[in-house]
Design a protein around this ligand. Structure first.
Ligand SMILES: *Cc1c(COP(=O)(O)O)cnc(C)c1O
Length: 369
């Protein structure tokens, strides 16, 4: 384990997670004095022209990367993804007298569903708990009521490592928690009522949550909702209803620029992510059962690769040996166990190759012949 070293490791943490090195370097360069501002971005008013131009640029960056149409607005909120678990049903369900539908494909979806039940008639029309969320539903396994106010799903379940390749078809507005695969690939935003993500997995640091919302959903059914909890308040004030998380938005802007200028957009990001994930899944599939993937092969995440070893002692040894090779953050979530390698946008190919080589070596050394 590197303790007193200043060397960067390959960081496979699920979140907060690795950020692009050029982004960190730029932030470091400009931390004391943002060019033109005469002070750090940490020290200036959110109403200053310098900060307003950063916020506008971050918003424009998201709009361009995702191709957000005019029908939708982009908001920068606080409270993490967890506040969205409540804000969504508060704004879209409470006071409607209609149901909301949830596809529960993992731990995060389950938590979101539990919050929605406090606000109204929320139903889990599919729940993968019986097989510890190792797969996604086939469309014939659930039925969507046309009266539902929305259909909620989690595009990538960070803990179990299952990911929708495309959004489910739905006659009612789709609401998606994309926290752990936001900006990892192109998305047809016009199909969504709300697409949201906390930044600290794939888009920036903790502290800001991006909410892409169809404008006709901004107004809540229940006008008595506290002002802060209404999407409308934030939209009407250009995400400055109160002091926004300025530094987090600044970094998000740098990440969006990195995706545009250095990666070349989301198509190219998706290609890279596919290549990276394939390297690890190939080792799992060719290990003769030494590595057991958690997710069913047709539901595998490109972001969080989850797998077990033959026993917990070997898993402990695996994590320790990885740390000795400067690879950290690999211990799986306690509800799944085993190993989780989070290989978000900013994880370089070289990091994944290092892990792949280590996995091969480790299996070679420890698999029973
Ligand atoms: C991390 C994560 C969350 C929780 O995010 P917070 O910002 O801590 O509230 C929710 N959903 C998914 C899919 C996540 O990966």
């Amino acid at each position: 384990m590197p303790t007193l070293t200043t060397e960067r490791v390959y960081n496979f943490s699920a979140g907060p997670a690795v950020l692009p090195l050029p982004v960190l370097e730029e932030a470091q360069r400009d931390l004391i004095c943002l060019p033109g501002a005469g002070a750090s971005v940490l020290e200036i008013s959110h109403r200053s022209k310098e900060f307003i131009s950063i916020l506008e640029s971050a918003k424009q960056g998201i709009i361009e990367l995702l191709g957000v149409p005019d029908t939708h607005d982009v908001l920068f909120l606080q409270g993490g993804a967890r506040l969205q678990f409540s804000m969504i049903p508060m704004n879209l369900l409470r006071g409607t007298g209609r149901p909301a539908h949830y596809l529960v494909t993992g731990s995060w979806g389950k938590l979101a569903f539990d919050e929605a039940r406090r606000e109204g008639d929320a139903t889990a029309i599919w729940d993968g708990q019986a097989t510890n969320y190792d797969r996604l539903p086939d469309p014939f396994e659930y039925e969507i009521d046309n009266r539902a106010t929305y259909l909620y799903f989690t595009s990538n379940e960070t803990i179990q490592g299952v990911e929708f390749e495309t959004e489910p078809a739905s006659p009612v507005p789709l609401v998606c928690d994309a926290s752990s695969d936001f900006l990892s690939r192109p998305v047809d935003v016009s199909r969504y009522g709300i697409l949201y993500a906390c930044a600290q997995k794939n888009a920036g640091p903790a502290g800001v949550t991006v909410v892409v919302i169809r404008k006709d959903l901004l107004r809540p059914a229940d006008e008595n909702l506290p002002g802060y909890l209404q999407y409308r308040s934030h939209a009407d004030n250009d995400s400055m209803y109160n002091t926004p998380p300025t530094f987090a938005i600044y970094l998000l802007n740098l990440v969006a620029r990195w995706l545009r200028d250095e990666i070349g957009g989301l198509d190219s990001m998706q290609d890279r992510n596919r290549t990276k994930a394939r390297l690890l899944y190939e080792v799992i599939d060719n290990s003769h059962g030494f590595y057991q993937g958690h997710a069913r092969a047709d539901c595998r995440s490109l972001m969080n690769v989850t797998f077990r070893l033959p026993d917990e002692q070997l898993e402990g040894l695996f994590v320790k040996g990885a740390a000795a090779r400067q690879m950290t953050g690999l211990k799986g979530h306690r509800s799944v166990g085993g190993i989780r390698a989070s290989i978000y946008n900013a994880m370089p190919l070289a990091g994944v190759e290092a892990l792949r080589d280590y996995m091969r070596d480790f299996a070679g050394e420890h698999a029973k012949r």
